[in-house]
Design a protein around this ligand. Structure first.
Ligand SMILES: [Zn+2]
Length: 255
């Protein structure tokens, strides 16, 4: 009861304080795309990120301590995906965010990919479950923040899964307008098949060939973290993602 009361008070304090100047300074210093967003986009980003920081249960792995800085950097990157999406409360199904200090090793029967079960110990950088928590390894998040442009980002990956799951199906096609879906499915299918056949190019990680859901998550990483590379290798795919997310990361950093 005491715990619950304390948590409630903390949540109230966070919501009352809003996205603070200290958080803005942190994001500006660590996230190199921060200054590429318009004021409207930042406003939306801050609202979504504040919601995650204040409303989600942040669960540290045993013996680990989650700092406010970690929360803000994870939440801001997650919120980047949503700034121009037409969704009300895009992360309404993210109730808990688990942070491990380093890459977690899963033992026993487990599934990293829907429907694919394994008994082998498997290292995981992150995980997202339908109606379940998002898990990320903090050292991986820090590495991604430090190396923008390599096309890899565990936060984009796991939160892309959560967007994909909004319609109740993890199939690589999140909710979108019919006009866009008409282009999306054939374009994604063509590139997905190329990845499966080993001719997917350099920018998309091979993991994109596991299934269409992983394809969407991996392509989202590349779109936001190496937009120029994705546009050069897969212009049609880049165009679909640009129209879906309503953002144009290949045009960031000009000048
Ligand atoms: Zn995944």
């Amino acid at each position: 009861m005491l715990f619950g009361t304390r948590r409630h008070r903390r949540r109230r304090e966070l919501l009352d304080a809003g996205f603070t100047d200290a958080w803005r300074d942190l994001c500006d210093a660590r996230l190199d795309w921060w200054r590429e967003l318009s004021d409207d986009e930042l406003q939306r980003l801050e609202a979504v990120a504040l919601g995650l920081v204040a409303e989600a249960d942040w669960e540290p792995a045993n013996g680990f301590t989650i700092t406010e800085e970690m929360q803000v950097l994870i939440a801001a990157q997650a919120a980047l995906l949503t700034v121009n999406l037409p969704y009300e409360d895009p992360y309404r199904d993210v109730h808990a965010i688990i942070v491990h200090p380093t890459t977690a090793i899963m033992h026993g029967e487990h599934s990293q990919v829907d429907g694919v079960y394994s008994d082998d110990p498997t290292p995981i950088l992150g995980q997202a479950e339908m109606h379940g928590p998002v898990l990320v390894a903090w050292d991986e998040v820090e590495d991604d923040v430090a190396h923008h442009g390599d096309g890899r980002n565990v936060v984009y990956h796991e939160f892309a899964h959560k967007l994909d799951m909004l319609d109740g199906v993890t199939d690589g096609t999140p909710p979108m307008a019919a006009e866009l879906a008409g282009r999306w499915v054939p374009v994604c299918t063509e590139v997905y098949e190329a990845v499966v056949e080993g001719r997917g190019g350099e920018v998309l990680d091979d993991y994109a060939g596991v299934n269409p859901a992983e394809f969407f998550a991996v392509a989202t990483e590349a779109f936001f973290d190496d937009g120029i590379g994705l546009q050069a290798e897969h212009p049609d795919l880049y165009g679909c993602f640009r129209d879906f997310y309503g953002q144009d990361p290949a045009g960031w950093y000009e000048g």
